[in-house]
Design a protein around this ligand. Structure first.
Ligand SMILES: [Ca+2]
Length: 508
């Protein structure tokens, strides 16, 4: 439940405190003591990290970041695919509240007057806002949202190959075309690119290395600016691995013994799950040598999982370069750092690859927040959190009023949790995914319910999934029909949310 009164009181106190602390400093206004924000976005990053207890992941830099702040163990995205998930982050709005469901959904066509998080920080906090790498989704006809940031976006590749064998000798591949808005009407006529490559090259041969290097430069410039005129910064740095293809330098592949990688234990769909919820093939089959039907054999399965882990370690090392410079510049005392994965990732569990489902592996995400003076080092919480919560959380940490739209704000500030890992902000997380029907999910500590219903369809026709993660952590059995009382309780929670906007309802 939203508790606006408490939130506004805390914000008012923070602003007052900020004003007080700035009194002793010459040439400064209340705004000048606002904390900086370094928002690190990682594409398709599930919480398979060392700091989340993964037994084989080599992610020392993200582990170190976790040791400085708070790790959210039950954080969920709001829609398990790139573009909508990033909109939910930047708007604080569920995709079902705006209608921004698709990879090609254009923010300003659907919510023209939206005030995104960086716009809000610039307008109300005097922040200089910058973005690098994959922040808003670009591709599939989408151009992101250039007006969100004050300086031109530092754009780099998402789909990237160095080995000519990966691209049939240098041809434009399907996913490269999609992610660069080329030949959008003729995608199927293009060759598939490789699902992975491992050349022996330097980090900056790939986009994430270049984005890290540029972020280092931006941090240096921001530090200089702060010493000149006290301008706080909001820098969003987006990294693209471990999104497919798993293109990463050889040395990161060499960090893993393929035979020791965790393989999926359950590769079947949940028993009694409705067909609309299921997935085979899809994105993974857009890459060779994955068969077009997405049926991955054991050897290829292991190679794909190897690629995911290598890509994660590659990204971890690039983020390490940014954080190392961040420390050298002594920015930690007054900068909030957030790590966020845009959604989870199926690595063959349930027989599913990538995302685009309402299941646990596609929706659970890493969120780590280090907020000076608020979070304690090395803490974690099992409190539920959603992507949409980050906007109001960061606003409160910066002493700004709670965001009020004009887009519908669905997020709640997690500041009470940052101060006390046991503080209760939510009794469930909410996420959605549109397939042939719209699936809207309620995730509590123990259960997940998904309601599948078409737009305009009589609610009595809805089909349901219900999973009990205490008795069945791998989602092997849909128990919706067996547990009507639990289902009814979760249906009530679903009713507290705004009615979903239809897929084309908000198109202008
Ligand atoms: Ca993504």
């Amino acid at each position: 439940m939203k508790n606006w009164l408490t939130t506004s009181r805390v914000s008012a106190c923070l602003v007052a405190c900020l004003a007080l602390t700035s009194l002793g400093q010459p040439h400064s206004q209340a705004e000048t003591t606002r904390p900086n924000v370094l928002l690190i976005l990682v594409d398709d990053l599930k919480p398979a990290l060392g700091c989340y207890g993964d037994p084989v992941a080599q992610t020392p830099n993200l582990d170190k970041l976790a040791s400085r702040g708070m790790r959210f163990d039950m954080a969920y995205c709001n829609q398990a695919v790139c573009a909508p998930s990033r909109f939910t982050l930047m708007l604080g709005s569920h995709s079902t509240s705006t209608g921004l469901y698709g990879l090609g959904s254009q923010l300003r066509q659907i919510v023209p007057d939206a005030v995104t998080m960086p716009q809000y920080f610039a307008k109300h906090g005097g922040y200089r806002t910058e973005s690098l790498g994959k922040v808003f989704h670009i591709g599939h006809g989408n151009e992101g949202d250039p007006v969100s940031f004050q300086v031109p976006h530092f754009k780099d590749k998402v789909i990237e190959y160095l080995d000519p064998d990966s691209t049939d000798g240098g041809k434009l591949t399907r996913e490269e075309a999609l992610f660069t808005n080329q030949k959008l009407g003729q995608i199927r006529s293009l060759p598939r690119g490789a699902a992975f490559e491992s050349p022996d090259v330097a980090d900056d041969q790939y986009a994430d290395g270049r984005v890290a290097a540029e972020t280092v430069e931006r941090l240096r410039a921001a530090k200089n600016r702060m010493s000149e005129d006290n301008t706080p910064f909001f820098i969003a740095a987006g990294f693209v691995r471990p999104h497919l293809p798993f293109s990463a330098p050889k040395k990161y592949w060499d960090m893993y013994d393929p035979m020791k990688l965790p393989m999926p234990s359950n590769v079947s769909f949940p028993r009694d799950a409705p067909n609309v919820a299921l997935k085979r093939g899809g994105e993974i089959a857009a890459y060779k040598p994955v068969p077009e039907d997405g049926n991955v054999d054991e050897a290829l399965k292991r190679e794909l999982i190897h690629g995911y882990y290598a890509s994660m370690s590659f990204v971890d090392a690039q983020i390490g370069k940014v954080l190392s410079e961040f420390d050298r510049l002594e920015l930690g005392e007054n900068t909030i750092v957030v790590l966020w994965g845009d959604h989870g990732f199926h690595l063959g569990d349930l027989g599913i690859w990538t995302k685009h489902t309402n299941y646990e592996q596609a929706n659970r995400i890493p969120i780590i927040i280090s907020a000076p003076g608020v979070t304690k080092p090395g803490t974690s919480t099992k409190q539920l959190a959603e992507t949409v919560d980050l906007f109001p959380t960061l606003a409160e940490l910066a002493g700004l009023p709670a965001p009020s739209g004009p887009q519908p704000i669905d997020g709640q500030s997690l500041v009470p949790v940052l101060k006390d890992p046991a503080a209760r902000v939510r009794d469930h997380a909410y996420h959605a995914y549109p397939k042939q029907k719209l699936g809207r999910a309620i995730r509590t500590e123990r259960y997940r319910m998904v309601q599948w219903l078409s737009q305009g369809e009589d609610p009595s026709n809805a089909v349901y999934e219900l999973y009990d993660y205490v008795n069945d952590p791998n989602e092997t059995q849909n128990i919706a029909a067996k547990e009507p009382e639990i289902l009814a309780r979760l249906q009530e929670m679903l009713e507290t949310h705004r009615p979903p906007v239809g897929k084309n309802q908000n198109r202008r």
